[in-house]
Design a protein around this ligand. Structure first.
Ligand code: AMP
Length: 112
C-alpha cells in the first residue's frame, strides 16, 4: 500500500511550499490553488479525517495557526475561509486531515 501523501510531505520526503510550521502542524501551498491564497494546514501525525480527530488542543492549534497564517498572508483584513472536507460527500480526496485556508478573492456561498 502506498504511504499517505501528506505524511510524506510532513516528513519533508516530498517537496512542498511550506509557509508555516510548528512541532505538530505544517502548512503549505495547495498544488492546485482555487484562490489567490490557498494553503493546506495539516497535523504532522496521521489522522485520516475529522471523524477520527480526538485531540481538542491540536484542533485548536490548527485554527489558531490558520488565523496566524491569514495575517502573514495579509488576507485577514479582507476576510478568508477555512474549509475541512470529510469523506466522500464532503469531497475529501486526500485521507489525511487537512484544513484549506482560502482567500484573496470573494469565496462564493453556498458551496457547489
Ligand atoms: P481535499 O479535496 O479536501 O482532500 O483536498 C486535497 C487537496 O490537496 C487538494 O486541494 C489538492 O490540490 C491538494 N494536493 C494534492 N497533492 C498535493 C501536493 N503534493 N502538494 C500540495 N497540495 C496537494
Amino acid at each position: 500500500m502506498q504511504e499517505c501523501l501528506f505524511c510524506r510531505i510532513a516528513r519533508k520526503e516530498i517537496p512542498a511550499d511550506i509557509v508555516w510550521e510548528s512541532e505538530t502542524i505544517l502548512a503549505f501551498r495547495d498544488i492546485a490553488p482555487v484562490a489567490p491564497t490557498h494553503i493546506l494546514i495539516i497535523p504532522k501525525n496521521h489522522i485520516p479525517s475529522l471523524n477520527e480527530a480526538e485531540d481538542p488542543q491540536l484542533l485548536g492549534q490548527i485554527l489558531l495557526a490558520a488565523k496566524e497564517i491569514a495575517r502573514q498572508e495579509k488576507i485577514d483584513g479582507e476576510g478568508y475561509r477555512i474549509v475541512n472536507n470529510i469523506g466522500e460527500n464532503g469531497g475529501q480526496s486526500v485521507g489525511h486531515l487537512h484544513f484549506h485556508l482560502l482567500g484573496g478573492r470573494r469565496i462564493g456561498w453556498p458551496p457547489g
